[in-house]
Write a protein that binds this ligand. Structure first.
Ligand SMILES: Cc1cc2nc3c(=O)[nH]c(=O)nc-3n(C[C@H](O)[C@H](O)[C@H](O)COP(=O)(O)O)c2cc1C
Length: 322
């Protein structure tokens, strides 16, 4: 069975969402925190949000990789050692964030601009963490400017004992535009020494089937936006792969399940945040995706988008999900 991972998405898949999702739809094999730690040396220097996001108790029962965004090998290694001694299973190095504010500082996908510098970074990180009991993986694009950079990058990746390489086959420059470059993914999959995980634009059973037809050996797929918009996606992929018939829930059942997911995420956020209007903003961001699960309810979704205060938000959600 192909393993399924929830993609890290800043602002969306924090522990408040992951925990709630895992309770309602326990189909993911692994979860990844959105990136943490630009410029920090110690876990104790993490922001309150980052500390809460990686808290072991709150993430209990889920296989978790903590994602780090840094170009400084010493801070990366220091955090890896601390996370290992605290009992974390995996650290994931972000080599894919396309945001210009991140790449301009040479972080995220910006690290792909210079294969030699990436090599030196990984050499230091692996040297300084040798003998540490934690898996180190990476999540990458297929180049910064173009996929022609991929062969040099794969040579670098293959020099180090990465536990897995998650490949989102767009370039850093592309951001989220255009289509995933499946030929570039094929190249990465054909020459990687470590297991390669596919990520990008898996929205339907059809997308998944097409991917598996071309890449039957891919053992894991990471999914982000497709799950936010359709929380039943992993369940339907599992059924499709097992050859078991699967029917999407009807409208009433859908609303009941969405209500359960919503209420858990919402109460997690209320517990985590002092600012109630901040909770409303976070929930509205989530509805930007989750609302796609209820086509034909644009009017009710608009009322949610317009809600500013908690009581208005609650009332708008009640109307949508009743
Ligand atoms: C709002 C948003 C925030 C994201 N934050 C992160 C992040 O913190 N770390 C990361 O590696 N990727 C991040 N990504 C990229 C996703 O993990 C994923 O690679 C991308 O969305 C493609 O997969 P999908 O088509 O299944 O969504 C983010 C994407 C979005 C849309």
């Amino acid at each position: 069975m192909t393993k399924l991972y929830l993609a890290p998405m800043e602002g969306l898949t924090y522990v408040e969402y992951r925990q709630a999702y895992h309770r309602c739809f326990p189909d993911f094999d692994q979860y990844f925190t959105p990136f943490a730690a630009p410029g920090r040396f110690h876990v104790s220097d993490f922001s309150t949000r980052e500390k809460r996001d990686i808290d072991l108790e709150s993430n209990a029962g889920m296989h978790l990789a903590v994602q780090l965004l840094t170009k400084d090998p010493d801070s990366c290694a220091s955090l890896i050692r601390e996370l290992a001694s605290a009992g974390y299973e995996e650290v994931n190095i972000n080599l894919g964030c396309p945001s210009p504010t991140v790449t301009a500082k040479g972080r995220g996908a910006g690290m792909l601009k210079d294969a030699d510098a990436l090599d030196a970074f990984l050499e230091d990180v692996f040297m300084e963490t040798e003998g540490t009991d934690i898996r180190i993986s990476a999540k990458t694009r297929v180049g910064y400017e173009s996929a022609q950079e991929l062969p040099a990058l794969m040579e670098v990746f293959n020099r180090y004992p990465l536990s897995q390489l998650i490949v989102h086959p767009r370039t850093g420059k592309q951001g989220y535009d255009g289509k995933p470059d499946l030929d570039a993914f094929a190249y990465a999959a054909s020459c990687s020494r470590c297991p390669v995980v596919y990520n990008g634009d898996i929205r339907t059973v059809g997308d998944f089937r097409k991917l598996k037809e071309r890449f039957p050996d891919v053992q894991a797929v990471m999914i982000g936006r497709g799950v936010l918009a359709n929380p039943w996606l992993p369940e339907s992929l599992r059924a499709a792969e097992a050859g078991v018939p699967w029917e999407a829930p009807g409208e009433e059942e859908k609303k009941a399940q969405l209500r359960r997911l919503h209420d858990l995420v919402f109460s997690n956020y209320l517990e985590a945040f002092d600012c109630r209007n901040g909770v409303v903003d976070r929930m509205k961001e989530l509805w930007g995706w989750m609302g796609q699960a209820l086509p034909g309810h644009e009017k009710e979704l608009k009322a949610i988008r317009k809600a500013r205060r908690l009581p208005d938000y609650r009332a708008a959600v009640r109307v949508l999900l009743s």
